[in-house]
Design a protein around this ligand. Sequence first.
Ligand code: PMP
Length: 446
Amino acid sequence: MSHVFPRHCHAAIPTAVGGDGCYLIDADGKRYFDGSGGAAVSCLGHSNARVKQAIKDQVDKLAFAHTGFFTSEPAEALADLLIDHAPEGIDRVYFVSGGSEAVEAAIKLARQYHVERGEPQRRHVIARRQSYHGNTLGALAAGGNAWRQAQFAPLLIEVSHIAPCYEYAERGEAESLADYGQRVADELEAEIQRLGEDSVMAFLAEPVVGATLGAVPAVEGYFTRIREICDRYGVLLILDEVMCGMGRTGHLFACEAEGVRPDILCIAKGLGAGYQPVGAMLCSKDIYQAISDGSGFFQHGHTYVGHPIAAAAGLAVVQEMLEQGLVAQVRQRGAHLEAQLRSALGQHPHVGDIRGRGLFWGVELVADRATKQPFAQKHGLAGKLKKAAFAEGLICYPMPGTRDGKIGDHVLLAPPFISSEAELDSVVDMLGRAIDKVLDGVPVEA
Ligand code: PMP
């Protein structure tokens, strides 16, 4: 009997024993193509020689030194490298162990920044519906998913949620893309005014929405308007690039494509690429300066902040991406994956939308393409699709739609940046077969 507390208590899952390039191997020797990189984590595949060597070298040199006493060479080098490539104005890196921690730290830093500057009345956070920002209490409160929050509601800080920018499901028929983008961005201004013009500390959003919507980029102009509104009301813009950052969208930082400058930026998953649990919160010079000129101490910190082995792995990951030209490769292979998805599934009667950027794609299933009506949640399509794809030898990341019937089940693809075109072709084949198998016999009525 296993003593591991698993994610799903009643589902038997195989034991992973090895990794080989884009494949994971279970105890029976079965190989699975990692078409979602776990959850957009394993961007370099599972056997990158450089990252493995960097970890071994760092263990031999220095395993741990508490950041209350020391900085470390790999943490310094990784911070320098990230800042060299970060959006303009971003100047400091605070290392953490994962995405939730990065978001949690960002919320606390935003609050402390305003307090240190003499604006303690700024206490509201605004985020978006249908979002996920992590599972610690602050990050869970920020996420806009009532089902995930339900049991923990009494423990959560108050966060307001405005509409996501999700044009497939929510743009009016007569509305242009630009008008739609402005309309949903303007919800931020309305919410700031409702809460009190000087009472909001931060707005939090993913540039390309990952798990909850399935690789949905905002429409052009949306984030420019969001930035203007944040500036007008002194609200900090926190971008959560935990899933979409680190090259995944064909830019090292996803916000580059929007031409928008965040005040705080959260990264994780692809930074450690699965080799080490590492994330980071990056912030602007102004924010760092306010803390430095004020108390001089960010009131936060976990024991493993800036862990040398995690930083050494992150450093090797980013070096590998940059030196091997992998971000450009993501754009090229991404264009190939998009073309294959559109040609294989674009006319499928139950594929409503195919959207994404780089090697980050979502396929949304609908009962009716004309009305965009999702399948009823009682069919549990996402769970069945995960199983059917797994049986094909494909790891993908299906997510159920919302219970209000507004958003359909969708699948997220986030294959390793090193995937070959032939491997991406076979991902599309396996996914197509899994979709057909799962939909076979499912009634389309609600
Ligand atoms: N933010 C986003 C956008 C995410 O996708 C995730 C993880 N799926 C998190 C935060 C939380 O990251 P972690 O699971 O590493 O805590």
